[in-house]
Design a protein around this ligand. Structure first.
Ligand SMILES: NC(=O)C1=CN([C@@H]2O[C@H](COP(=O)(O)OP(=O)(O)OC[C@H]3O[C@@H](n4cnc5c(N)ncnc54)[C@H](OP(=O)(O)O)[C@@H]3O)[C@@H](O)[C@H]2O)C=CC1
Ligand SMILES: O=C(O)[C@@H]1CCC=N1
Length: 276
């Protein structure tokens, strides 16, 4: 099956990014369908991409080779139970929901059926610009062709990295799923600090944003480690050293570790709570 039919259930931000990425890669509009509870987002997707849209999830998934579950974690159980009887055993299920395990999906999609082929992914919001990164985990039922299809789907919006263990998705969520928010927090703090140091707010914001973009591109495009790139900015006894020493005296690295551990723990806790 070289041109799989893909149905998206839930037509929010992540679905809009994925469909935009697939269409930009040349996937035909008639290979893509989407459903959503309300109509506004569906109308936008239909007019931007010419895809068929539905308010009935069962209608959207009929005949699909791949069903992408892209609703919030809290409504996933109800959506799966509603679709369980509609999905043939061989359908590839791709879930992008945070903290919903393959075991829960399998149970909700029909305990009586054969084990489902499920790929769990954790993308992030830069997918909107096709600059995302996703961690992917496939259960044992996913065959080589389905792995390739899932990778192609997530690669349409950025990098797609396979994981060996489902549990690693908690760490991926902590690093890259939630990660854009950490950089935005740093931008907010740097902008406020620049303003307090006497710059107009817009100038401080522009300096901070462009610096983030330049630093991210250097980190991505250089063969050097981040630590070496940092060392090259840091003149002995200069201004950068003064700032870095202040960050470190305030416990910057252990604080980052604590923050990411809290995100990973919350991801595991959500999985536990939502599995009931
Ligand atoms: N945002 C992020 O940074 C990331 C999010 N994720 C995961 O992606 C998933 C989607 O997130 P995101 O796109 O941001 O969320 P959104 O809230 O933008 O999209 C969810 C969509 O699901 C729709 N929906 C709700 N209930 C149903 C239903 N019963 N049937 C059909 N559609 C329904 C909503 O419709 P309506 O508008 O009518 O309520 C909404 O459009 C989540 O599970 C999240 O955990 C993963 C990685 C990163
Ligand atoms: O904050 C959250 O729970 C979701 C998962 C990753 C990004 N947003």
């Amino acid at each position: 099956m070289s041109n799989p039919r893909i149905a998206f259930v839930g037509a929010g931000n992540m679905t809009a990014s994925l469909i935009g990425g697939l269409r930009a890669q040349g996937v035909a509009a008639d290979a893509i369908r989407a459903s959503n509870r309300s109509t506004e987002k569906l109308e936008r997707l239909a007019s931007e991409h010419g895809i068929a849209t539905f308010t009935d999830n069962a209608e959207a998934v009929a005949g699909a080779d791949i069903v992408v579950l892209a609703v919030k974690p809290q409504v996933m159980q109800a959506v799966c139970r509603e679709l369980a009887a509609q999905l043939p055993d061989q359908t590839l299920i791709v879930s992008i929901a945070a903290g919903i395990t393959c075991a829960s999906l399998q149970r909700w999609l029909g305990a009586g059926t054969a084990a489902r082929a499920i790929v769990r992914c954790m993308p992030n919001t830069p997918s909107l610009l096709r600059q995302g990164v996703s961690g992917l985990y496939a259960n044992a039922q996913v065959n080589a062709e389905q792995r390739r299809q899932a990778e192609q789907l997530l690669s349409a919006v950025g990098l797609a990295l396979w994981l060996d263990a489902e549990q690693q998705l908690d760490a991926v969520t902590a690093v890259s799923g939630s990660g854009p928010a950490y950089f935005f927090l740093l931008l907010e703090a740097m902008t406020a600090a620049g303003e307090r140091l006497g710059l107009p707010r817009e100038t401080a914001a522009l300096l901070a944003r462009q610096t983030a973009l330049g630093a991210a591109r250097m980190a991505c495009e250089s063969a050097l480690e981040a630590s070496e790139l940092r060392r090259r900015v840091t003149s002995p006894n200069g201004t950068t050293e003064a700032a870095i020493k202040t960050f470190q005296a305030g416990g910057f690295e252990p604080l980052v570790q604590q923050a990411l551990s809290a995100a990973a723990a919350r991801s595991a806790e959500l999985a536990e709570q939502l599995s009931k």
